[in-house]
Design a protein. Sequence first.
Length: 293
Amino acid sequence: MSHKAGFVSLIGKPNAGKSTLMNALVGEKMSIITPKAQTTRHRIIGIVNDENHQIVFSDTPGIIKPKYTLQESMMNFVEDSLVDADLILFVTDIHERYDEQDVLEKLRKASSPVAVLINKVDLSNEEESKNKKFKFWEETLNPDAVFPMSALLGFNVQTILEYIKEKLPEHPPYYDKEELTDRTMRFFVSEIIREKIFMLYDKEIPYSTEVGVVSYKEEPNITRISAEIYVERDSQKNIIIGKGGEMIKKVGTYARKDIEEFIGNKVFLELYVKVVPDWRTKKNILKRFGYDN
Ligand code: GDP
Ligand code: MG
């Protein structure tokens, strides 16, 4: 029996809905999602398996012009995923307001076929503007395919999955057929905590914050987790903690609920805040935080 397998990269501007699509395709919450730009900082792999197919999706950070070392590393993750890709899914918002020139440059350089996914069509009820977008992308990129889609509502997600399976090359599986990802539980836990920080704080705080799990102990009826929240300055530490610890308590409560759901066990979660001055611009520290490219 023949088997198809390949790497499929999701790229586009921040907030286009790449992570929402990845989760819809994989059927699990692999990637964190918030309304804020640059929520995704890593290349996150999500694997879809059936008897004759293995699709290895890479969700990537939204493409921006990097302003500091962390963002450079984020853009390197995008480049890596393009090099490996057998197929590129360019996710674009039907109401995209960003200039997508830098994405186009990357797509034109790439040697793999590109499908354009016009996302968030649930937000537009004008057929005319949908058709216009469709035509625009056909003419601009001459892609292999264009699909209107709603990653949030699942519109066309199955169709796209079938299209991808069709396009995959003949290849044995790259990963164990039981696996959904190459990331550890600790990574997902730190991402869930980071998601809550993106949700609950404004301005520079989410962008100045990183999370690391320092201990993870599984007991029969409870999983005990300690995590550190790193910020760049003392003033940010005070904001994270909030008056009387009120804010960090919220982070902990929301995160704990999601972690419990994710791992299917009761969780005891401890959070500590630490100042690591200017971590976003320091190569050696970034390396320690997993931005090692
Ligand atoms: P990413 O930055 O490309 O990974 O985008 P996310 O997946 O994090 O989504 C950014 C925001 O767009 C979130 O608030 C999502 O809920 C929202 N979103 C994603 N897909 C859709 C969609 O199909 N329709 C609508 N209305 N919102 C969406
Ligand atoms: Mg994302």
